[in-house]
Design a binder for this molecule. Structure first.
Ligand code: SF4
Ligand code: SF4
Length: 528
């Protein structure tokens, strides 16, 4: 007699009906685990639930109604940096970016936060994306720094008594420029034969605290024959909101940015902040439900280019002068992993005569900045920052260079903790600008950061540093109690053997440079 099998009716999903993580995208994951060594939280804690595979498994369980949207679920999703290193490492092409963004929006709607957490986030998201509010805030911060109060507070050890998020905010505070109230010119004429008319995103934090980077970007573009249009009153692009599950606010900001640049009538929109670029290239997805804006958003996204992409696509006409300095290049995750821009910054830096470029070990691992992650999750962010700085110091570079302001702040903060505050950090357009203008390394340093120590600037070239041995990495810190995993969530794959460096069919072969965490997106040019 054949046995009868009872088919259980499908349980309702734990997600609400508004854009739950796409089941088809979830099913792309074959649970191979190749992404695990690339994931910063898995590297820190070795917990399956803090790996991409574990997070995808939790999303699947919730989608099938087998797991509730509870605090455990929120904790593991909050721990994710959104660095997208898992996407570069994944041989199956799992679109983790879409999955985590939809999941985060579900969390914000359906899982309550503690009053303190909610308040902190509200303060953050009602300040950072608004340049006018940031300018108001910049005035007392300027006084705090220039009066010497900041040095006093830092020396006093008072910050050790402050809540961790407040201490992190203070340690990440950029040097407030004296011209914080000045707005970027809306029009910059080409300084040579005109070739293109480009739009430039001025950013929210960038236009107040990194106006020198915007100025350098406009000068480089002008020197390459571009007329630069930077529309006035640009709002935040919405990146901070997208990465934090605040989709409606992000969409409203996206619409304003699109309308502003449509009016500017430009060929290309150039972006010099990696997180902003990755969001603006996804406006089509963000506004997919809006019949009035979806097509406009797609057309807009198609015009967006990171400054490094744009400059490598445009044959250079501005001569480069020597800039004899040794730098370590740090990949911003939202450039390398989210946008796949890996070769271009290296090519551009290689075009500067006399510049030595050192690769940092574990270059694909996030520095812990990740938008506002270093403010929301200061402990793991600091551990990742210290790890990055250890590798950075092993390169014996005079300066560190990146293409994202958030990474620069995170690295400077880590360098201060390592008592290496004399090593300056630059956006890579500052180096191009210095080379085109014929500045010396000392002039570059005086214009952009603390003084380059003489022993460094005059030192002959150093050989490439070997990868940092693991014994030199900062000691592993205990996992913060606020991030203790719950035993209630265990996946069938947790008992599987730990993954080793895989051979990816997509060319994202993990290679060991003293570390298993280094999947280049493509072969880099030869560097010192
Ligand atoms: S690499 Fe990670 S995300 Fe990709 S299929 Fe394997 S387990 Fe899933
Ligand atoms: S986005 Fe980064 S932190 Fe999040 S799961 Fe992927 S690799 Fe890990």
């Amino acid at each position: 007699m054949p046995q009868l099998t009872t088919i259980e009716p499908a349980k309702p999903s734990s997600f609400d009906a508004h854009h739950p993580p796409d089941k088809e995208l979830l099913s792309d994951c074959v649970h191979c685990g190749f992404c695990l060594p690339a994931c910063p939280t898995y590297v820190l804690w070795g917990e399956e639930m803090d790996s991409p595979r574990g997070r995808i498994y939790m999303m699947q369980s919730a989608a099938q109604g087998n797991a509730p949207l509870d605090q455990t679920f929120r904790l593991h999703m909050d721990n994710c940096l959104g660095c997208m290193a898992c996407m570069t490492a994944c041989p199956s092409g799992v679109q983790y970016d879409k999955l985590i963004e939809d999941t985060r929006a579900q969390i914000e709607r359906n899982i309550p936060r503690t009053p303190a957490d909610s308040l902190f986030r509200r303060v953050l998201f009602s300040t950072f994306p608004y340049p006018a509010r940031l300018r108001v805030l910049a005035a007392p911060l300027f006084l705090y720094q220039r009066s010497g109060l900041q040095s006093l507070v830092r020396r006093s050890g008072l910050l050790r008594l402050a809540p961790k998020r407040i201490a992190a905010m203070e340690s990440l505070l950029p040097v407030v420029p004296a011209n914080f109230a000045r707005k970027h010119p809306t029009h910059t004429a080409p300084s040579t034969t005109p070739r293109l008319r480009v739009g430039m995103l001025t950013g929210c934090v960038q236009q107040v605290f990194f106006s020198h980077v915007n100025a350098a970007t406009a000068r480089v573009l002008a020197a390459e024959g571009c007329e630069v249009i930077a529309p006035a009153n640009q709002p935040c692009c919405g990146a901070l909101m997208v990465h934090s599950g605040l989709d409606d606010q992000a969409a409203a900001m996206g619409r304003r940015i699109i309308a502003l640049f449509e009016q500017a009538n430009v060929d290309t929109i150039v972006i010099n902040a990696a997180g902003c670029g990755s969001t603006m290239k996804q406006y089509g997805h963000l506004l997919r439900d809006d019949p009035k804006w979806a097509a406009r958003a797609h057309a807009f996204s198609a015009k967006c280019r990171d400054i490094t992409e744009f400059l490598t696509e445009l044959p250079s006409i501005a001569p480069r002068n020597p800039l004899p300095i040794r730098i370590a290049y740090h990949d911003a995750c939202h450039l390398r992993h989210a946008q796949g821009v890996f070769i271009q910054p290296r090519e551009l830096l290689s075009s500067i005569p006399g510049l030595q470029i050192a690769e940092i070990a574990e270059s694909s691992l996030c520095c812990g900045s990740a938008g506002v992650y270093n403010l929301l999750q200061p402990e793991p962010a600091q551990q990742l920052g210290d790890r990055k700085v250890t590798h950075l110091l092993a390169t014996h570079a005079d300066a560190v260079v990146s293409a994202n302001p958030g990474c620069l702040l995170q690295l400077m903060s880590g360098l201060r903790r390592a008592n290496q505050k004399e090593i300056p950090a630059f956006h890579m357009v500052e180096l191009l600008d210095a080379s085109i203008r014929g500045l010396s390394p000392d002039q570059l340093i005086r214009g952009g950061g603390p003084t380059l120590p003489k022993h460094r600037s005059t030192q002959p070239a150093q050989p490439a540093a070997p990868a940092t041995p693991s014994s030199k990495l900062p000691p592993a810190q205990p996992r913060p109690s606020s991030q203790k995993p719950s035993a209630s969530f265990r996946t069938p794959v947790e008992s599987a053997p730990k993954p080793t460096a895989p051979q990816s069919p997509k060319g994202s072969q993990l290679h060991s440079a003293g570390s298993p965490i280094d999947p280049p997106s493509a072969s880099p040019p030869a560097f010192a």
